[in-house]
Design a protein around this ligand. Structure first.
Ligand SMILES: *[C@@H]1O[C@H](CO)[C@@H](O)[C@H](O)[C@H]1NC(C)=O
Ligand SMILES: *[C@@H]1O[C@H](CO)[C@@H](O)[C@H](O)[C@H]1NC(C)=O
Ligand SMILES: *[C@@H]1O[C@H](CO)[C@@H](O)[C@H](O)[C@H]1NC(C)=O
Length: 240
């Protein structure tokens, strides 16, 4: 193959990969969790977590999918976050932050009265709770709904939003799963984390294809471009 052809092919590849990074238009659905929480006020910390873990996008996608059974979200107030043991949030790995957010979300709509007939433990998006690590249990007394994770006891203090598909309830404590306190905890071991980044793990590969605009995406694209240019340069060098 002639060096020129090789260069043109490589440049084509670089262009394609740069285009794959271009931002897609934001989803325009009727229900937007960020808008709801912004309007309600006092949920800045929770909103930030929803965004950094990309849960906000997933929530909006689920809500705008007419086949979904709706969602119930327990939204801890900013006060709840500031009452956490200091440093706790920062000590969590990225995966644990995702699990923490998922622990506050139930994949179906629950009105206050429906809590009286749900069976324990509630199935949160944090998943399997057969050993109680991610159990969220409810006890009700009339319209009073208490929830416990085994670490935290709290009461649904206020209905922030409800439209028959999405229910958002205020909680005055961050719901911490027992899993975070069981030892030996899955401590963030760097040696185990690294292979996961490149693997086909659904969460991480979702990250790679996510098309929201953020600076890391731009940097990512830029790195590919630089890499492409270096590659072309070294091939030219070798060929000549
Ligand atoms: C709910 O929690 C409150 C406050 O901790 C407590 O007084 C009440 O008895 C609990 N109700 C139920 C049904 O467990
Ligand atoms: C939650 O409920 C289940 C089933 O009743 C029970 O086995 C478990 O111990 C409870 N966990 C907590 C933290 O209350
Ligand atoms: C939560 O409530 C249970 C049962 O009422 C009690 O045994 C436990 O000590 C409470 N835990 C916390 C952290 O308040």
């Amino acid at each position: 193959m002639s060096p020129f052809l090789a260069i043109i092919l490589l440049q084509g590849l670089v262009l394609v990969s740069a285009q794959a990074q271009a931002p897609a238009p934001a989803p325009t659905g009727p229900t937007n969790i960020t808008a709801i929480l912004t309007k309600a006020g006092q949920y800045t910390m929770f909103m930030r977590l929803l965004q950094t873990t990309r849960a906000a996008d997933q929530i909006n996608t689920q809500l705008n999918n007419s086949n979904s059974g709706g969602l119930t979200i327990f939204a801890p107030t900013d006060n709840a976050f500031s009452n956490l043991k200091s440093g706790l949030l920062n000590s969590l790995s990225e995966q644990q932050k995702v699990q923490l957010v998922q622990f506050h979300i139930i994949s179906n709509f629950l009105s206050i009265s429906e809590f009286q007939t749900t069976s324990n433990p509630l199935r949160t998006q944090a998943g399997d709770s057969t050993d109680g690590s991610y159990a969220l249990n409810v006890t009700t007394f009339g319209n009073q709904v208490n929830i416990t994770s085994g670490v935290v006891n709290t009461t649904l203090s206020n209905s922030v939003y409800s439209d028959g598909q999405l229910a958002v309830y205020q909680v005055d404590q961050v719901l911490l799963p027992l899993a975070f306190f069981r030892s030996p905890a899955p401590a963030p071991a760097p040696l185990e984390d690294k292979p996961k980044k490149g693997s086909k793990d659904p969460e991480t590969s979702k990250d790679d294809t996510d098309t929201t605009t953020d600076s890391s995406g731009v940097i990512h694209g830029f790195n590919k471009l630089v890499f492409g240019v270096l590659l072309v340069g070294s091939i030219v060098y070798v060929v000549l």
